[in-house]
Design a protein around this ligand. Structure first.
Ligand code: NI
Length: 263
C-alpha cells in the first residue's frame, strides 16, 4: 500500500526558483524545502538573467544545483558573449547541466524556427564541449528536436516535461535520454503521458515540478513548489503499480547519475 502522507525523499529535477513568482518569499520557500524532505533541486535557467540567478541560488544553498541555458522563447538573447559567460559558469562546481534549451513551436510570437534551431544547436555544442548533460524543452517540435538530438550522439540528458508519443519516447530512450514527468500526468486529459509512463522503465524516469508552473491536481492553477512532487509520484506509483518509496529512491538515483552528483 502506498501512503502519500509519508515523507519520502524527493529530488526535483527541474525547477525555476529564480522566477519572479518567488520574488516575495524566495528564501523562506527554499528554506522550507529541506524540512520537507527535498534532498535536491536542479534549478534551470531560461534566460540570461535566470541562468545567472540559478548559479547564485546553487552557490547559496547546498541542495540546489544549477543548469544554465536559454529557453527557445528567449532565443534572441544568445550571442557569443553569453556563450562565453556560460562556459565560465560551467567551471563552477554546482553547475551541472546546460538547460533549459530546445524548441517551442507552440506560440507564434516565439522567435522563428530557424533562430530557435540555431540557438539550440549552439547550446548542444556547448554541452558537448563542456561534457555536461542537457535539459531539453520540446513543445510541438518533436521531429526537429529529435533530429537535433540525433546529431549529438553521446550527449546525455533529459527531455523535460515530456509531451510526445510512446514512439517518440522510445526514440529518446534509444539515444540514452531520460524522460521527465511533471504535474501534467495528474491532469484529467493525461491519457497520452500516462501511456508513456507505462512504457518508460523506472530507471529512465525523472520527476520534476517545473515550478512555479504546472501544479499537479489537486493544486492545479496555484503556484507550484517542490513538495508537490508527492502528487506526481503518487500518480506514477499507481500507473506503474509500484511503491511510492521505490519511485522516489530510483528517480533520485537517476537524477544523481545524470548530473554526476555524489552526495
Ligand atoms: Ni522549465
Amino acid at each position: 500500500m502506498s501512503n502519500i502522507e509519508e515523507n519520502y525523499p524527493i529530488f526535483d529535477s527541474h525547477a525555476h526558483y529564480d522566477d519572479e513568482a518567488f520574488d516575495e518569499d524566495r528564501d523562506a520557500v527554499i528554506n522550507e524545502l529541506k524540512n520537507n524532505n527535498i534532498v535536491g533541486v536542479l534549478n534551470c535557467g531560461s534566460s540570461v538573467k535566470g541562468s545567472r540567478m540559478s548559479v547564485e541560488l546553487a552557490e547559496k544553498y547546498d541542495f540546489i544545483y544549477a543548469a544554465v541555458g536559454i529557453h527557445p522563447e528567449m532565443a534572441n538573447e544568445l550571442n557569443d558573449e553569453i556563450l562565453e559567460e556560460f562556459k565560465s559558469f560551467a567551471l563552477k562546481e554546482k553547475v551541472k547541466a546546460i538547460g533549459e534549451i530546445g524548441l517551442d513551436y507552440y506560440c507564434d510570437e516565439n522567435p522563428s524556427r530557424e533562430i530557435q534551431k540555431d540557438v539550440f544547436i549552439k547550446q548542444m555544442e556547448l554541452a558537448k564541449e563542456l561534457k555536461l548533460p542537457v535539459v531539453i524543452h520540446d513543445r510541438e517540435a518533436h521531429e526537429d528536436t529529435l533530429n537535433i538530438m540525433k546529431q549529438f550522439k553521446g550527449l546525455n540528458g533529459v527531455v523535460h516535461c515530456f509531451s510526445g508519443s510512446v514512439e517518440f519516447a522510445k526514440e529518446c530512450l534509444n539515444l540514452g535520454y531520460y524522460i521527465g514527468f511533471t504535474g501534467v500526468i495528474t491532469f484529467k486529459n493525461a491519457r497520452k503521458i500516462i501511456d508513456v509512463a507505462k512504457e518508460v522503465p523506472i530507471d529512465r524516469m525523472l520527476i520534476e515540478t517545473d515550478c512555479p508552473y504546472l501544479s499537479p491536481v489537486p493544486l492545479r492553477g496555484k503556484r507550484n513548489r517542490s513538495e508537490n512532487i508527492k502528487f506526481i509520484v503518487d500518480k506514477i506509483a499507481t500507473v506503474k503499480n509500484m511503491e511510492i518509496n521505490e519511485i522516489c529512491c530510483k528517480t533520485i538515483l537517476n537524477t544523481k547519475g545524470l548530473l554526476n552528483l555524489n552526495f
